[in-house]
Write a protein that binds this ligand. Structure first.
Ligand code: GDP
Ligand code: GDP
Length: 436
């Protein structure tokens, strides 16, 4: 599982500034999709060579408890419990205050590996650290979240014992087994779907790690293909079936998404799309994983309502139109074959191999059909393209004056490549590189 880093500290110490620096949020990307709310508490770490998940515990709605002033909200405490590493932020400019002491106390009690981070330390000497030794949390690490100083070193040190992306991929059966995560809010039908998929004779093997900290993974085969289902629901095996035991956890959902190649976003036809669904869609989008949307409990929608309900869903998930959406019934095992076919397609698209000549020909066709708009420095000139990654496929375009290419033109190219190479079910990333 990817390690989880929680940012803890009193208000105004710089947690959200550090969060933004660590996740380099793809706000621009998400802003393109009306209806998609971005949950600013959780994100993918993008500093250093090791993948991780970041949680900003600030700004969680405080839960009022009678008479007691809580230093950390219940949600923040829960996040600390679910994390592997704590970055405890203090403010190097305002110095140590009693509130820091109280938070330090509860962090010491949590027993989690905690790094004492002295923020806003830009331009200050090492002396800034001295008063914080008193917190008895070991060596203080001065950083500047706003300027990025010391951040990379802190991350590298904290993640020392965790694997790099390459190491994870090597032992993850990434190439031949399709890793599927089923994500959705409570009651969408995740455990019912998992039981339906692995039910009966198709079930090949169970692989159940002993600790509750790890997600359950179940292998199964369908029509000669191998799949690994990654649970997000906090499932437990009870006799022959799985049932959900834990309440919804964003962290577990994120970890499962990261461990998968293809995510099945399970929606409830009866209940419509909630904010929680939109948040989960946002996490998937940010992860770059392939996606299939399954609208469950279709059996529960009367025949006369179906057209209306279908139109409503299609309207609301329009921003995910590159993904296939299907109407299924996990309970009556309807549509499961189509679901797995869509998963296969999405997986194949996510791992497509596109040669440089093929990509360059497509690029020339796209730019001839519609020229990139002229900008200050003249018209951008795109020369050739190569593939820079998989799951999601990354198309790297080389040329001149590409820094002026607008987002809208990048999206045009994305759509063009998607259609040209029939990439249903996977996001596609376009990177522009201006040659010197
Ligand atoms: P949070 O409440 O802990 O999430 O704190 P914010 O990230 O909102 O930051 C609070 C204030 O501190 C903002 O005005 C930030 O611009 C400022 N701040 C954050 N990091 C730094 C830093 O490294 N140096 C300085 N000088 N200011 C910072
Ligand atoms: P989870 O919390 O996402 O794991 O959801 P469950 O699998 O526990 O399902 C929640 C409820 O929805 C249960 O009562 C299921 O029987 C019901 N349910 C699941 N799938 C379907 C379906 O396809 N049709 C109908 N009518 N009910 C379903």
């Amino acid at each position: 599982m990817l390690p989880v880093v929680a940012l803890v500290g009193r208000p105004n110490v710089g947690k959200s500034t550090l969060f933004n620096r660590l996740t380099r949020s793809r706000d621009a990307l998400v802003a393109d999709f009306p209806g998609l709310t971005r949950d600013r508490h959780y994100g993918e770490g993008r500093v250093g060579e090791k993948p991780f998940i970041v949680v900003d515990t600030g700004g969680f709605e405080p839960i009022k408890t009678e008479g007691i002033v809580k230093e950390m909200t219940n949600q923040a405490q829960l996040a600390v419990e679910e994390s592997d590493i704590i970055f405890f932020l203090v403010d190097g400019r305002s110095g140590l205050i009693p509130q820091d002491q109280r938070i330090a106390q509860s962090l010491r009690e949590s027993g989690k590996p905690t790094y004492l981070v002295v923020n806003k330390a830009e331009g200050m000497s090492e002396v800034v650290k001295s008063e914080f030794y008193e917190l008895a949390l070991g060596e203080p690490y001065p950083i500047s979240a706003a300027h990025g100083e010391g951040v990379r070193a802190l991350v590298d040190m904290a993640l020392e014992k965790y694997p790099t992306e390459k190491e994870i991929e090597k032992d993850g059966d990434f190439a031949h087994k399709i890793r599927v995560a089923i994500a959705g809010r409570p009651n969408a039908g995740k455990s019912t779907l998992i039981n339906a998929l692995i039910g009966e004779e198709r079930l090949i093997a169970f692989d159940m790690p002993g600790t509750t900290r790890d997600a359950i993974e179940v292998e199964f085969q369908y029509k000669d293909k191998d799949y690994i289902l990654i649970d997000t629901a906090g499932l437990r095996r009870k006799g022959k079936v799985f049932e959900a035991i834990e309440k919804f956890s964003v962290i577990k959902t994120l970890q499962a998404i990261e461990k998968s190649n293809v995510v099945v976003l399970l929606l409830d036809a009866k209940a419509g799309i909630s904010e929680q669904d939109a948040n989960i869609a946002g996490y998937i989008l940010e992860s770059g994983r392939a996606l299939v949307i399954a609208i469950n409990k279709w059996d529960d929608i009367g025949e006369y309502e179906r057209t209306r309900v279908r139109e409503e869903f299609e309207h609301k998930i329009h921003f995910l139109k590159w993904a296939k959406s299907l109407y299924i019934s996990a309970l009556y095992k309807r549509g499961l074959g189509n679901l797995l076919t869509a998963v296969n397609e999405a997986h194949a698209a996510a791992f497509v191999k596109l040669s440089t000549p093929k990509l360059t020909r497509a690029l020339i066709e796209a730019t001839t059909r519609q020229l990139p708009p002229r900008a200050r420095g003249g018209r951008p000139k795109m020369r050739y393209a190569h593939q820079g990654g998989m799951n999601p496929p990354v198309i790297v375009i080389h040329g001149n004056a590409l820094q002026d290419v607008p987002e809208s033109y990048k999206r045009y190219l994305e759509g063009f490549f998607r259609e040209k190479f029939n990439l249903k079910g996977t996001p596609l990333r376009i990177e522009l590189r201006t040659n010197k």
